[in-house]
Design a protein around this ligand. Structure first.
Ligand code: ADP
Ligand code: GLC
Length: 484
C-alpha cells in the first residue's frame, strides 16, 4: 500500500511541537509494517540544510500558469528508512525562523498560499498528471496546513486516492479571505457551509473535515470533546455529523525517549536502576542555578507558552507555590506576556524558580531526566506527548484531566497505587485552587518514598510504543482501500 503523508513539520528537520514528533515516528512505524510511505513537507531553510544530499526528483507543474517555480527533492528522513519529498520553493519557504510566523510572532501574510501550494502539490502527486511514477492509495493529511487536499481531490476527475485527515489541534483552522478559493484552484460553487466556507472565510480545516474520507484525532477523549461546544471551536456540529467516520487514536512516543539510552542526559537509568535519576536531578539543579537540594521536589515544564497550556492558571498559583517545598524549572517559548510573567518569578526566587525562554531539544531531555514531577495544566490537550515522555523518565505528571491527558495519565489514589495502575496526578476543574490542592497531594506522596518509587516504576513500565497506534492507522487505511 502506498501512503503520502503530508505535514508542515517533521523532527529532526523542523519542529515547533508534537506534530513534528508524530510526523517522524508514525511514518517510521508504518514503514516497519511494510507500507511504502513517503513524507511530503515544505523545504524551509532548516530542512534543506540538514539534507545536503537530497536529490532533485522532478519539477512541479503548477495547475495555474502563474504558479510558483518549484521542484521536489528526495532524501531519507535522518535516522530512518522513510523517504521525504521536500517541496523546494524559495519564494514561499526560504525564510528564517518559524514555519508559520515572522520574527515578531505574526503569521506570515501569505500563509494561505504557502500551505495552499503544499496542498496543491499533494493533490497533484495523487492525480494523473504527477511527474512521479508512484501513486498513493492514501493521502494522510495532518492539521490545517494540509487539510485542503481532500477538497482538491474531490474536484479532480475520478480521484483514485482516498484521504485521511488527522486533527492534532482543532484550535488552528487556517481560515482565510474567500478570494483564496479560486486562487487555490477550487470552484466558487463549493464555497458554502457544506463545503469550504466557515463564517464567511475559506477554512482549510473545515474543508478537510468535510471532504476527507476518514478523520482521526490523537486521543479518544479529544475525539468526544471536539463534538461539544466547549471544545469544538465552532466545528462541533460538523464533527457530530461526521462522527461515524471519526476515530481517536492515541499517539505513542518515539524510541529515542528512553532514559537508559539517552545521550543527552547526565546518567542513564531505568525502572530497576532508578537511583541514578538523582544524578540527573543534581546536574539539572546546577545547570539552572537552583539550590542543590536532593530532598526538595523539582517540578519540570517543557511547553509552548500559550493559552492552551494553562500557564495563566500556574501563574495564579505562583505566590502559593513559592511557599511550598518545591523548585520549578520551565523551558518554553511563545506569548511575550507569559514569558515576562514567568521571568518575573525567576528573578524573585532564583534559587527556586528557573525559566529558560528558548526551544532547546537537548535541555528538554535533561529536564525530563532531572525533574521529580512534570506539570501540564493544559486547558485542552488533543493528546500531549510530554506527559508520556515524563512517565518514561520516572517523573510522574500532574495534569488537568482533559483530552489525551485524561486518556494517558491515571490519577494516584490509595486504590490505583495498590492495584499498580497509578501513573500521576490529575484534577477535573482547571482552577488555581484545584491545581494547588493536587500539587499538595503530589508533595505528600513524594515525601512517602516507597509509594513514590512505586508510582515512578508503574509509569516507566507502561508501553507507549507506536506499534499500537500504527496498527490502528493501518486498519483505517485498509478499510478505505477495501471500500475503493
Ligand atoms: P504540543 O504539540 O501541543 O506543543 P505535545 O506535548 O504534543 O504538545 O508536544 C510538544 C513537543 O514539543 C514535545 O516534544 C516537547 O518536548 C517539545 N517542546 C515544546 N516546547 C519546547 C521547547 N521550548 N524546547 C524544546 N522542546 C519543546
Ligand atoms: C498538537 C496537540 C498535542 C498533540 C500533538 C501531536 O500539537 O496540541 O496535544 O500531542 O499535536 O499529535
Amino acid at each position: 500500500m502506498n501512503i503520502l503523508f503530508v505535514t508542515s513539520e517533521v523532527h529532526p528537520l523542523i519542529k515547533t511541537g508534537g506534530l513534528a514528533d508524530v510526523s517522524r515516528s508514525l511514518p517510521r512505524a508504518l514503514h516497519q509494517l511494510g507500507l511504502d510511505i513517503r513524507i511530503l513537507l515544505p523545504g524551509y531553510p532548516a530542512v534543506l540544510k540538514q539534507l545536503p544530499k537530497a536529490r532533485a526528483c522532478c519539477q512541479v507543474i503548477s495547475a495555474t500558469a502563474d504558479g510558483p517555480q518549484a521542484r521536489l527533492l528526495q532524501a531519507l528522513l535522518p535516522g530512518t528508512e522513510v523517504p521525504v519529498l521536500v517541496l523546494e520553493c524559495a519564494a514561499l519557504y526560504d525564510r528564517p525562523g518559524s514555519p508559520y510566523q515572522d520574527a515578531s510572532g505574526k503569521d506570515w501574510t501569505d500563509n494561505a498560499l504557502r500551505f495552499g501550494f503544499l496542498c496543491q502539490v499533494g493533490a497533484w502527486l495523487c492525480g494523473p498528471h504527477s511527474a512521479l511514477d508512484w501513486r498513493p492509495d492514501i493521502v494522510h493529511c495532518n492539521d490545517w496546513q494540509s487539510a485542503l487536499i481532500p477538497a482538491l481531490l474531490h474536484h479532480q476527475e475520478k480521484p483514485a486516492t482516498r484521504a485521511v485527515l488527522t486533527i492534532h489541534n482543532l484550535a488552528f483552522q487556517g481560515n482565510f479571505e474567500p478570494q483564496w478559493v479560486t486562487r487555490l484552484g477550487l470552484p466558487m460553487e463549493s464555497f458554502h457551509m457544506h463545503g469550504l466556507e466557515f463564517y464567511g472565510q475559506l477554512s482549510f480545516l473545515k474543508s478537510g473535515i468535510n471532504y476527507a474520507d476518514r478523520i482521526t484525532t490523537v486521543s479518544k477523549r479529544y475525539a468526544a470533546e471536539i463534538q461539544t461546544p466547549a471544545f469544538g471551536c465552532g466545528m462541533e456540529g460538523l464533527l457530530q455529523h461526521r462522527s461515524d467516520d471519526l476515530t481517536g487514536i492515541v499517539n505513542g512516543i518515539d524510541e529515542e525517549w528512553n532514559p537508559a539510552l539517552d545521550p543527552a542526559i547526565a546518567a542513564s537509568f531505568d525502572a530497576t536502576h532508578l537511583a541514578a535519576k538523582a544524578r540527573n536531578k543534581r546536574a539539572l539543579q546546577r545547570e539552572c542555578g537552583l539550590t542543590r537540594n536532593p530532598a526538595i521536589m523539582l517540578i519540570g515544564m517543557v511547553t509552548r507558552l500559550t493559552h492552551q497550556k494553562g500557564l495563566d492558571v500556574l501563574l495564579a498559583c505562583m505566590e502559593a507555590l513559592t511557599q511550598y517545598p518545591v523548585q520549578l524549572v520551565v523551558l518554553g517559548s511563545g506569548e511575550a506576556a507569559i514569558e515576562q510573567r514567568l521571568q518575573h518569578w525567576a528573578h524573585l526566587h532564583p534559587d527556586r524558580v528557573s525559566v529558560t525562554l528558548a526551544f532547546d531539544e537537548a535541555l528538554s531531555h535533561r529536564i525530563m531526566a532531572g525533574c521529580d514531577l512534570f506539570l501540564m495544566p493544559s486547558r485542552f490537550e488533543p493528546c500531549g506527548l510530554s506527559q508520556m515522555y515524563a512517565m518514561a523518565y520516572g517523573a510522574p505528571p500532574l495534569v488537568h484531566r482533559t483530552g489525551g491527558l485524561a486518556d494517558t495519565v491515571t490519577n494516584c489514589t490509595p486504590k490505583t497505587l495498590a492495584d499498580k495502575t497509578a501513573t500521576g496526578f490529575s484534577f477535573d476543574e482547571l482552577t488555581p485552587e484545584a491545581l494547588q490542592t493536587t500539587l499538595l497531594r503530589a508533595i505528600a506522596c513524594f515525601e512517602e518514598k516507597k509509594g513514590w518509587r512505586a508510582l515512578q516504576r508503574i509509569g516507566m513500565r507502561r508501553d507507549f510504543s507506536w506499534d499500537k497506534a500504527a496498527a490502528q492507522y493501518l486498519a483505517v487505511y485498509r478499510q478505505l482501500v477495501a471500500e475503493a
